[in-house]
Design a protein around this ligand. Structure first.
Ligand code: SPD
Length: 278
């Protein structure tokens, strides 16, 4: 009998992947963690019944979450990643020679440990000297942070249900702004523009309460509901559609999905979404 793993989206739609072999099913203090070897996407990570990442499609998500902001921000010396326990986001951030310091704050240490074991193919440079890895609540970290400001903040959170709901609140974006340098930029994953459009619209509206420039953009992620995903980049005045050639030159030769043309095209939005966002 094939074993199916199913993501139920608010009891309106279900998306499924068939497993060759279950690997782990664990309950951490924060969430249910499942890892399984799928037929088509290699090892897949699920949290609380929602697909997070897979060996075969992770590059679509991580390259598009990270590179538009990292190639366009004025400075990328100090970077903060909230969430991202599988390590794909910090791997992409650490590709840039200009990056001097990365803080990663992930709430669930068990996610990190299990991903190190079962998603070793992500090749995350966990021992890079520039990385300051913290296990803790990203919302509290942001509110309590008193140290040097960050040039870039990246929110690689789970879907905004339960504890992750705080990651899309107006107060969270205000806290991000306080931790950013005046020319800094924030980028967040902002859900499916098709089946979670209400969430995307709410995220953009909440970000606009803290930042004058808010730019959503799109890309494919095959294992996420609807296959189409959004990200939103916010700043005081950055035009994120213009990547810096010297940064692109560090990334394009090895990227699987991201390049300059994809970067620029990603900011083109469907007409109905443009109207909805106002
Ligand atoms: N529906 C999935 C949203 C997941 C966003 N985070 C994924 C973590 C990958 N690093």
């Amino acid at each position: 009998m094939p074993s199916w793993y199913e993501e139920d989206q608010k009891s309106k739609t279900r998306f499924s992947l068939v497993a060759k072999q279950p690997l782990v099913s664990a309950q951490s203090p924060y969430q249910k963690i499942d890892l399984f070897e799928s037929e088509q996407f290699g090892v897949v990570l699920m949290l609380d019944g929602l697909f997070q990442t897979s060996e075969r499609d992770e590059h679509y998500y991580h390259e598009m979450l990270i590179h538009p902001v990292m190639t366009s921000a004025p400075s990328i010396k100090r970077v903060l990643v909230i969430g991202g326990g599988d390590g794909g986001s910090i791997r992409e951030v650490l590709r840039y020679a200009e990056v001097e310091h990365v803080t990663m704050c992930e709430i669930d240490g068990l996610v990190i440990e299990l991903c190190k074991q079962h998603l070793a193919s992500f090749n995350v440079p966990w021992t890079d000297k520039r990385l300051d890895l913290r296990v803790g609540d990203g919302i509290a970290f942001m509110k309590e942070h008193k140290g040097p400001l960050y040039d870039v903040i990246i929110v690689d959170g789970s879907d905004p249900i339960g504890p992750a709901e705080g990651l899309i609140a107006e107060s969270f974006y205000a806290a991000c702004k306080k931790c950013l340098s005046p020319e800094g930029a924030l980028v967040v994953q902002s859900e499916s523009p098709i089946v979670m459009r209400d969430d995307l619209v709410r995220i953009v509206k909440n970000m606009r309460t803290a930042f004058p420039r808010v730019a959503p953009y799109l890309g494919p992620v095959p294992i996420y509901p609807s296959g189409s995903w959004s990200y939103t980049l916010a700043s005081e005045k950055l035009d994120p559609r213009v990547p810096k050639p010297e940064r692109l030159a560090q990334i394009e030769p090895t990227a699987k999905y991201y390049n300059r043309d994809i970067h620029q095209a990603a900011f083109a939005l469907p007409s109905d979404l443009k109207r909805e966002l106002g």
